[in-house]
Design a protein around this ligand. Structure first.
Ligand code: ADP
Ligand code: GLC
Length: 514
């Protein structure tokens, strides 16, 4: 079944290049709401570098220009909803691909499901009513795509609840079906990556009819969630192997505090579940190559960082002063990110941080309307707090490059990419001791000056206040420590190479499983 992709490097597994289909709802640069969109394409490129043949399947959302894609010939039928839905399929090569082993992206172009603004929802409807159908359709379409292009993967790799139906379809149908003369899914195995346990895709169970699967599957795969349908739960029980995006978060999710009611399910599958730390894409998040910075910089020559700071202060209309620390933040505004404790009306800490400390604070993000409102309010009241509500790739790069500190007071954080981007850009992270933040940031030791960032345990407004205060104090009084931390961060290796090898081992374990 495995057609090899030519002369290839060692893969990190058994040295066998595999066929891998990534099934996803987001992939940068095509569609992005958060880190999932960065993780899937950069992992795919890293796997391709190891010699695997990787393809990505995802929806053609309204914002993705068909004019820039190639169309596959003929419509594709997808058996769902008791009948068949028809879709066109478009394709292109993932930017950053190597010429000798490109990663191809396939887009399902279904007007009724994806011909609208928004990936999961819109400002007036945060979770589209037909999401269970939209993403069931995508999951089933992944198999139809393989038939259409006559390419049968060794691994179908699903990500989060939107494609969690993929392992279910494989286990309860596709594995046994006749596919074509040249191949089938009989030897295919599935992997499900949990990027965020806080989003599970819980819907009215009436939607299950749309899958075209029997109710026996509903109960066998444990979709049932207090008489609702939980898509992620069904995926967790059906996938051959599971992982999440950092070792620490993998441990945390086995306990009630961070288990989002699925800790028991994960414990029951703990033998098949592990944590693999995300990497960062060195082609995109690299201060030596970053097209959004006024000048490149690196660990060897950090001169450009001062220019980035100046450009950042100018962009946000702050005094261009090298002698004052700048705290940056780029985030989705959801409870997960600690925004209640930071910006919450009445008890948030951002106001007192900016009022009491000699610093500048720049913010970029969007999400919960109350938080957007509160943040704009702060910006109008405080001379040293500046905010942009919205999404901007360019500004996020400038914040990572130009700030002295980057704040992430997360309630929980499966991996977190921004703290790794910060480290790579010599921007010292201030983080909560949780999830992937604890795996990637080493706490500052005031005595020795060791560490790569500032860290606190309790998520309270006063802990955030005190830790930012500690960092700012060190900036003014322990300059040599801050410089050394910044440099140490830049020298860390967060490339995908190591993680791609760990994924290869996970795939091999899946292929060995019965
Ligand atoms: P999460 O996926 O939970 O949001 P991550 O840290 O893994 O957290 O990834 C967030 C990604 O989304 C980063 O690449 C970050 O720069 C980006 N991001 C979030 N909000 C914005 C925004 N308003 N503008 C630009 N990029 C953003
Ligand atoms: C999720 C998590 C984040 C992680 C990202 C990519 O959105 O919230 O911590 O980095 O997925 O895996």
């Amino acid at each position: 079944m495995t057609k090899t992709a030519g002369a290839l490097e060692r893969t990190g597994g058994k040295g066998i290049p595999r066929h891998i289909l990534m099934c996803t709802s987001e992939a940068a640069p095509f569609a992005k709401t958060g880190g999932l969109a960065d993780a899937v394409p950069s992992l795919s490129l890293a796997l391709a570098k190891l010699g695997h043949e990787v393809k990505i399947a995802m929806p053609r959302y309204y914002g993705i220009d068909r004019g820039k894609l190639d169309k596959l010939e003929g419509a594709m039928g997808v058996p769902v909803g008791g009948g068949e839905e028809w879709t066109a399929v478009y394709t292109t090569v993932l930017p950053g691909s190597a010429k000798n082993n490109p990663v191809r992206v396939y887009f399902f172009d279904h007007e009724a499901f994806f011909g609208r603004e928004g990936i999961y929802g819109a400002p007036f409807e945060s979770d589209f009513l037909d999401n269970p159908r939209r993403f069931t359709f995508v999951s089933k379409a992944c198999f139809q795509l393989c038939r259409k292009i006559d390419w049968y993967p060794d691994i179908v790799h699903a990500h989060d609840w939107p494609t969690a139906m993929v392992p279910v379809y494989l286990k309860y149908g596709e594995k046994y079906g006749v596919s074509s003369e040249s191949g089938s899914f009989s030897e295919t195995k599935s992997v499900l990556t949990i990027h965020n346990l806080g989003y599970q895709g819980i819907y009215n169970k009436d939607n299950f009819f749309y899958t075209n699967l029997g109710w026996d599957v509903f109960y066998q795969s444990c979709f049932d969630d207090w008489n609702m349908m939980n898509l992620l739960k069904g995926g967790i029980y059906s996938a051959d192997k599971l992982n999440t995006v950092s070792p620490n978060y993998a441990r945390e999710t086995l306990r009630q505090e961070h288990g989002f009611r699925l800790d028991g399910c994960l414990r029951s599958r703990s033998g098949d579940y592990r944590g693999i730390l995300n990497g960062i894409d060195n082609g995109v998040w690299n201060p030596a190559l970053d097209k959004y910075l006024p000048a490149p910089f690196s660990a060897k020559d950090r001169g450009g960082k001062a220019l980035a700071k100046q450009a950042l202060q100018r962009l946000f209309g702050l005094p261009e002063n090298a002698g004052i620390p700048v705290i940056g933040m780029v985030t989705r505004l959801t409870a997960q990110k600690g925004i209640g404790e930071l910006f919450g009306p009445g008890y948030g800490s951002a106001f007192s941080i900016c009022r009491d400390m000699k610093l500048q604070f720049v913010f970029l993000g969007s999400g919960e309307p109350w938080a957007e409102h509160e943040i704009l309010n702060l910006a109008s009241r405080l001379p040293n707090f500046r905010a942009r509500i919205g999404y901007s790739e360019e500004t996020s790069h400038l914040i990572e490059g130009g700030a002295d500190f980057f704040l992430m007071p997360s309630q929980y954080e499966p991996c977190g990419l921004n703290q790794m981007y910060s480290l790579a850009y010599g921007t010292v992270p201030i983080v909560r001791n949780t999830g992937g933040l604890a795996d990637t940031v080493k706490k500052y030791d005031e005595k020795t000056g060791e560490g790569t960032g500032f860290m606190f345990d309790d998520l309270t407004p006063s802990a955030i206040y005190n830790t930012v205060g500690w960092a700012v104090w060190a900036w003014y009084n322990r300059k040599n420590h801050i410089e050394a931390m910044s440099l140490r961060g830049m020298k860390q290796d967060f490339s995908w190479n190591k993680s791609a090898r760990e994924y290869t081992r996970l795939y091999e374990d899946a292929l060995d499983s019965v």
